[in-house]
Design a protein around this ligand. Structure first.
Ligand code: GAP
Length: 505
């Protein structure tokens, strides 16, 4: 039975709550829109993805075009910085989304996420707004207003921005009882404000960072002065970012608190375009190396009107996109690779009156480096891993499986005594104690063995080792593989080697 994207997404969300990957934040209080908590399995999966990125960027960075390893160092900067930094970076004036409000329902929408069904030429003008991807909401309302025989082909679909000023009064907002309730779009800054210190006046306002990148620019000189890096080099950072998104949606895809994995690559202006191409290909290849299928990944170049305020004119930004269940058959962003030029360093140099130049000892040139930025979402990456791993095998007693690549699986192996008697629990515990420092394992002696296997399939655990009657006789254990359900016997002493071999890569 094939599932639609939204059915599949519902199943993924339900499984991930049931098994403890992701919970709505403040669940017992009814949640808080746009915030999520990562449960025991979720935090482990997130840490594994984070560690893979850190290893492949900082500890063991890619080889450059000359065949030598690139130079990339790490950083962990503060979430709250001097507010002048956000003025200089352009976030105070430019980091906003256009929003519209519905005066009747009080709902708030991102103007560029609203689309409209307009009755076709000849018919009386009537327009029904809907949030991108949910045209059925508009069609339902249209049938109430214009008659139940209406079908989608009776309408043209357009963006809200394409609706003429004269027609605005005729637009029915989602859930509104009358047309004309949507306000004109106005800019809404996405930065969360807070106050530093005891007073809460304007002079104490500070902002939660909306990107980890700025902490890197602010530390460019510190890193240059204290490490042995030379241009070209990178500074990488993983951490929380906060955006007061107008419409957080699609589960953890767009949240208000999330984590980013960003690297700013500082290079000579004349080499920047070549590095931009290099990083675009390298980052796409990285996601593939994690087992994300090539046909669900693609690169897409930003159109001129999508470019961020810092993007270098004419140089472009490309996104690595993934085909999420809720974007099918289309794709949605996973990572952006931006050519930021020298925008950020120039801005901070001017505002802080601190020289942020690089002196090249070989060419004797002094310049402000240009920056190529691969910026991905850690929590969005977790969503990709969940979507990619989710599978249903109706032939199994418990059909839902998460097929994580073993290296990223939250739990690498289950260790089970077949029954809780005849010395089996003791042997299983010994095995567990011997291996637990090397692999993330779970010891479980409760319920039937079938239920324990099913639980591990839902957690995405690639292998289970069962101590049974035969173990007592010949020191072998049963290995059960998640992906096939197949079982084989191996010597208890070769369990560590068996796992090591399969977790590499
Ligand atoms: N420093 C550049 C920058 O922040 P971005 O495209 O706005 O660029 C980079 O963000 C990545 O961060 C995105 O590709 C996405 O994976 C993730 N991201 C951005 N906003 C997000 C949100 N509201 N929720 C979850 N992830 C988000």
């Amino acid at each position: 039975m094939t599932q639609s994207g939204s059915e599949r997404m519902e199943k993924i969300v339900a499984l991930s709550k049931r098994r403890g990957f992701v919970f709505p934040a403040s669940d017992i209080y009814g949640g808080i829109n746009g915030f999520w908590d990562y449960g025991p399995l979720g935090v482990q999966l997130k840490n594994n993805l984070r560690d893979a990125w850190w290893r492949d960027m900082v500890e063991c960075p890619p080889l450059g075009p000359d065949g030598h390893p690139l130079s990339i160092v790490g950083l962990d900067s503060s979430i709250i910085q001097n507010p002048r930094a956000w003025e200089a970076s352009g976030h105070l004036s430019g980091f906003s989304d256009p929003m519209v409000d519905c005066r009747e329902t009080k709902a708030r929408y991102r103007a560029d996420h609203l689309r409209v069904l307009r009755s076709r030429a000849g018919a009386p003008a009537a327009l029904f707004a809907f949030v991108e991807g949910e045209p059925e909401v508009a069609l339902k309302r249209a049938r109430k207003v214009l008659g139940s025989s209406k079908v989608e082909s009776d309408f043209d679909e357009l963006a809200l921005a394409e609706v003429s000023a004269a027609e605005r009064a005729l637009v029915w907002a989602p859930g509104a009882g009358a047309p004309g309730t949507l306000t004109e779009p106005r800019d809404f800054n996405l930065m969360f404000k807070t106050f530093v210190g005891a007073a809460s006046g304007d002079e104490n306002i500070a902002y939660l960072r909306p990107e980890t990148a700025q902490g890197i620019f602010l530390n460019f000189k510190n890193v240059l002065d204290t490490s042995r890096v030379r241009v070209p080099f990178g500074i990488a950072q993983i951490g929380k970012a906060f955006r007061n998104e107008v419409t957080p949606r699609n589960y953890i895809f767009r949240s208000r608190e999330f984590e980013q994995m960003e690297m700013e690559w500082f290079c000579a202006p004349k080499e920047a375009q070549a590095w931009y191409e290099f990083w675009t290909q390298t980052r796409l290849a990285w996601w593939r190396s994690l087992g994300v299928s090539a046909d669900r990944l693609r690169l897409r170049r930003h159109t001129a009107d999508e470019l961020a305020h810092y993007a270098k004119t004419g140089a472009g930004t490309q996104d690595v996109e993934y085909r999420y269940p809720f974007t099918e058959p289309g794709f949605g962003e996973l990572e952006g690779i931006a050519h930021r030029g020298s925008f950020d360093l120039e801005q901070h140099q001017a505002a802080s009156k601190t020289r942020l130049e690089y002196f090249d000892p070989q060419t004797q040139e002094r310049y402000v480096p240009e920056v190529i930025e691969p910026a991905s979402g850690l929590t969005r990456g977790v969503l990709v891993l969940l979507c990619e791993a989710y599978d249903v095998d109706e032939s199994r007693p418990s059909p839902e499986i998460l097929r994580f690549p073993p290296r990223l699986a939250p739990i690498k192996a289950g260790i089970f005594p077949l029954v809780a008697k005849e010395g089996m629990p003791e042997i299983a515990e010994q095995l567990y104690l011997a291996l637990r420092g090397r692999f993330s394992m779970q010891f479980d002696a409760k319920q039937s063995i079938g239920k324990r296997y099913a639980r591990m399939d839902e957690a995405g655990t690639p292998y289970c080792f069962t101590i049974d009657g035969q173990t007592l006789a010949d020191q072998t254990v049963t290995v059960r593989a998640r992906d096939t359900g197949a079982q084989e016997r191996i010597a208890i002493e070769s369990v560590a080697g068996y796992l090591e071999e399969r977790l590499a890569g």
